[in-house]
Every structure is written in C-alpha cells, then in structure tokens.
Design a protein around this ligand. Sequence first.
Ligand SMILES: *Cc1c(COP(=O)(O)O)cnc(C)c1O
Length: 427
Amino acid sequence: MPAEWTPKLAEWDRQHVWHPYSSFDNPPPVFPVVSANGVRLTLADGREIIDGMASWWSAIHGYNHPALNQAATEQLQSMSHVMFGGLTHAPAVALCQKLVEMTPAGLNRVFIADSGSVAMEVAIKMALQYWASRGKAQKHKLLALRNGYHGDTFGAMAVCDPVTGMHHLFSDILPKHHFAPAPQAGFDEQPADDDIAALEALFSQHHHELAALIVEPVVQGAGGMRFYSPGYLKIFRELCDRYNVLLVFDEIATGFGRSGELFAANHAKLSPDILALGKALTGGYLSLAATLCSDEVSDVISRGEAGAFMHGPTFMGNPLACAIANASIELLLSQDWRGEIQRIETALKKGLEPARALECVNDVRVLGAIGVIELKSPLDLRTHQQRFVDNGVWVRPFGKLVYTMPPYIMSNEDLATLTAAMIASVE
Ligand SMILES: *Cc1c(COP(=O)(O)O)cnc(C)c1O
C-alpha cells in the first residue's frame, strides 16, 4: 500500500527532508502530490494542477503513460537490476543501439550513467583520459561558457557559470577552468563578431592546456534559459578542430526533441566528440543518463596506459530504467514529434506574447517546447509559487525567470490555460 499523506508527514518533511536547493530555516511551502496522470498533478487536498515543468524537462510523454507502465511491469517480471561489470542484458544493449542510431553521426560508443551530473563527470573524465592516453596530460583544463549549467557534482560544478554557479563558496576546492562569454546572438541571428574574437583569443592562448570545450548547444538551461544562434556550434567545431581540443555537448536538457530538433546539435548539422544525455531519457520515470563518444575518443582511451576507461557506477545500465528508456524512445519516434513540438511552439508563442506588454517583463522567448518570460527583477518564490498553484498550474520560477517546458502531450487548451496562468501570476 502506498503511504498516505498526513499532517505528520508534512511536519516530518519540514524537519528532516532536504529538497532541491533548500534550507531548514523558514523553508517555503512544499506541495504534497498524491498522483500524476497525463499532464496533471493531483495534490493531497484534491486539487489538480497542470504541470508546466515536465518534472524538470523529463516527463515528455506525461505521467502514468500506459506504454511506459507496461515496459516497467514487464521488465520487473524478469529482473529489475543486475550489476553491469562482467554481465550484460538486452535492455541496455537495445538502448545503446537506439542512442547510437538516433544521435548525430559518429557517436558510436555509449557509457550508461545514473544521472545527468554523473554523465557530465564521465564526459569530463573521458576528455581528460583521452589526452592523458595520448601522452598530453598537460591538456587538463576545460573551456566552458558563461551562464552555463552542467550539474551539481564537483567536476560539473566547476564548468557551471562562475558567478551564479556558486564557485566562490568552493573557490579553494574547485579546479579552475576557462570561461568564454555567453553567446549574445539569438537563435535567428548570426554569431556576434566580438564573441567569435573572444573565443579565438581563448583558444589561441590556452589550447596547449585545453582538453575540451563544454557547452549546452543552442539552449542554456538552468544558467539563464537563453537561446543562442546555432551558427556558434559551427564556430565551436571549427575552433576545436583547428586547436586540437575535444568538443563536448551537454544535451541533458535539450535531448529528445525539446528544442525542435531531436538533438540541438542537429540545428547546425554537426557532431560533437562527446555527448551527454539525461532528463527525458526515461520519459521521466527513473534516473538514467548516457555519455556517448566517438570511436577516436574511445579507441585512444582503450589503448592508453590505464587500458580501460576508469568509471563504473553500481547501478550502471539498470535494466528497469533501460527498458523504460527503450519504450520512451520508441514512443517518441513512432509519432510526429516534430509536428507536436511545432504545435507547442506556436501555442506558447501565442499564449506568452501578451506578457511582453507588462511593465514588469523584460523579454518573452520561445523555442520548440520551451517558453520563457524574463522579468525585470527577481520574483519572490514564496508568494509566487503559491499564486501559480492557486491559478491551477505547476510552474517553478527562479530568479527573474518564469518558464515552462511542458510534456509534449499537452493539448492546445491546456497550453492556453498554462500560459494565461503564467501571465496572471506575474502580473
Ligand atoms: C539537469 C542538467 C544537468 C544535471 O543533471 P542531473 O540529472 O540533475 O544530475 C546537467 N546539464 C544540464 C544541461 C542539465 O539541464
């Protein structure tokens, strides 16, 4: 029997349970959810609210989906987990095959990780071990973009935006890397000359010590919900090739259609050397992530001094998560995902456009199934979170940003309700 929500549990939650980026000192309210179905969350008080967050980009098919439920229950009948060291199984191999086939060309080797941050740790370790294996251990620094976000573990944190990424809290502990300006040119513009010049200067000055350039292609997520020109990806690729630096794409947020292409790299029709995926990989059912790399990267590592890639999480390749990921990808590819994302893009543009006229609003932007209202000053999360719920939607603003990345199954009617509630809540 599932545990029932009670006032006692609420009190225990407040006293003992960490939530993301939370404090026990006068914490803002958390809303108990008892079930989730389609695009709706049911709260313990019986209210149903429309989920505009897809549980942080992950629940692309909505909740309680029959095809994903079936994949989970069927897999449970055979095994939910076995170790991946020395053992293998169909769900993992089938998933790796799918990922190799659907991702940009040349990414033929797959490391299955357990969360996005771990996938980034693996990506960073691959880049460093690649250069160490080539006898160039001095290439151990990374170049990342300002306003970037790559996860909360230490390796990933060190390539997050140096200001908003809390580097100052851990300044003696975090490795020091290099940072390029956040791309200024928007999605439909040409890359800005001074951005290109700044990148060229960083590459020419530091390439001797650079292992990799790490970026979120086209969409910078948690570091500011910014969209930038795919033209930059061509510049990144060109500079990396010219200066012998690996190119790492963090598509943990953008993967599986969110930006309007299956992967954001496809906007520029090119491939990175290393690609990290996560979030929507299991359709929001279980934590799972993957890091793919080129034959060149994996061959060099495999023939290097260590003779192996030195990583292996306990729950690597978890069969239950892999089976659900396989079902989620099949579901995505069996439908007109491009048409659905375009439908959502149109609805978000239409629904959010009126926000532009508000005094408190600085910018409104939409790309694929991502809609952002950027305010002139930060919102008070405490009052606004309550207001969104009272207006019937689950939207979690941070700082100046009120944004949505809904499940792909959201109807036009629900999208209209969602966007209207977003506007009413900031007004
Ligand atoms: C969410 C996210 C991560 C971290 O993934 P977790 O599963 O939360 O560890 C890394 N990079 C990007 C771009 C993300 O959006």
